[in-house]
Design a protein around this ligand. Structure first.
Ligand SMILES: O=P(O)(O)OC[C@H]1O[C@H](OP(=O)(O)OP(=O)(O)O)[C@H](O)[C@@H]1O
Ligand SMILES: O=c1cc[nH]c(=O)[nH]1
Length: 183
């Protein structure tokens, strides 16, 4: 896929502010964070989940459990993936039964990744509820999935791609919109 960068839609400060707002919204919606845990979807949902947990700890003074979910084996395009799927470890080292879970990802597009994540979570236990936080909602849903917490709504065409950069994996923070020149 050949991509041409069009413009930046969020810089480092914008990302920080969006995550701080989402942290406040999570606390408000759950009336505190006593029974709340955060789970990021690999890969970029992981660092975003860690940052949200840190922000919540700064605000509420409570350390909440954080996990990372690998959904590779639950994807509905597994049989059509060009390369062999790379399976990484799911790192959820706490009991999700009865927890109020916040699932975190960088981009929400068709909703298929979140669908797969829900499948993976249900295999781990029975949380009290699952909420969804995403940094970018770019529309074009193909499944009945909706985010509870959104950093930024970005209307896109299908000829575009959203790329989220996080310091932990990419050495910088930011979000850019790219044009798919050739698929
Ligand atoms: O709503 P969807 O249509 O499922 O799209 C959203 C997903 O797509 C991206 O992951 P991708 O599969 O591109 O892998 P990546 O995390 O390596 O970028 C992104 O990180 C989301 O997880
Ligand atoms: O634009 C998109 C669509 C899916 N996943 C991304 O990371 N970006």
């Amino acid at each position: 896929m050949v991509l041409r960068e069009k413009h930046a839609i969020m810089d480092e400060m914008g990302m920080k502010r969006a995550l701080t707002r989402i942290a406040h919204e999570i606390i408000e919606k759950n009336k505190g964070v006593n029974n709340v845990a955060i789970i990021g979807i690999r890969r970029r949902g992981g660092p975003l989940a860690q940052r949200l947990a840190l922000r919540i700890e700064e605000i509420e003074g409570i350390k909440i459990p954080v996990g990372i979910l690998d959904i590779t084996l639950y994807r509905d395009d597994l049989t059509t993936l060009a390369q062999q799927p790379q399976v990484h470890r799911t790192e959820v080292n706490f009991d999700i039964n009865g927890k109020r879970l916040v699932l975190v990802d960088d981009v929400l597009y068709t909703g298929r990744t979140v669908r797969a994540a829900l499948d993976a979570l249900i295999d781990l236990g029975r949380p009290e509820c699952i909420q969804l936080a995403v940094l970018i909602d770019r529309g074009h849903r193909e499944l009945p999935i909706k985010a509870d917490f959104i950093g930024k709504n970005v209307p896109t065409s299908r000829q575009e791609n959203i790329e989220v950069y996080v310091k932990e994996l990419d050495g910088k923070d930011g979000v850019v919109i790219q044009e798919i020149v050739d698929s």
